[in-house]
Design a protein around this ligand. Sequence first.
Ligand SMILES: [Zn+2]
Length: 298
Amino acid sequence: MKLALTTVTCLTALAASAAAQDLGPNIRRITDGIYVQSAREVNSTVGIVLTSEGVVLIDTGQTLVDTRQVQDAIRKLTPLPVRYVINTEVHPDHTSGNFVFSPPAVVINHAGAGEAMRKADNPNRFATASPEIQAAAQGYRLVPPHVEYRERMTLRVGERTFELLHLKNAHSEADTAVWLPQERVLFAASVAIPNSLNNIRPFVTLPDMLAAIRMLRALNPEVVVPGHGSFGTTRIFDDTERYFTLLIERVGALVREGKSVEQIRKELRMPEYSGWAYQERMPTNIDAAYRAVTQASR
Ligand SMILES: [Zn+2]
């Protein structure tokens, strides 16, 4: 009896590890029925959430090759279709794979997403891409959201609840965090990216980014899946908040010395963060801190 039980346990463990490996090298399990794909450290993440009524995807992959890998993994996990794709932002490294799942999937993001995606769309996007990407792009068309919500939306699929939360002026023209309150898993979009500088666009503000980070941390998630990079804990928020606080402090000191934004771009150093990826984005970070400092004192 004991031997039989051991055998069953071993077989179950084998089956589980085989199933995990079969999903592909870039796909990791977070908890029951929730998986994340991220092909390299700075790449965008894809959330795969299984429910009794089908799959909910959160973003579609850094490249269309990643999207196809997600598609293959889903086929191995469940015979059920992808019912919804939630985009956490408008940029192609999160959204260009929408067409792979839709139809039948319904695509959702905050108001403003469709307009921004239509404006930025380049039908020749893949003309000079590698043969591998071109093959993955077979059948490509822009699929902007079918549903655009405002501020907050609750989606119930099978046994799961998804709270969609708008992050205002946090990264792109429409940013959505996805909170699973029962599982305490948070897909946090691209407001805080581990060990990486963000590309801060002119309409994004640091006070709005910080407000979004604090709102997300207050949910008290157990697992935080950022829009790019490895999943972890709320430490991702702490690190980014500390970085912005120090940046604002240093830019503020230089502004009080009468320095122009051009001078600050030349002089300011953040050696504590020199190991973070995308150092070439520093000027956009300094500009955002300069706007925060000068607009606050106006
Ligand atoms: Zn982006």
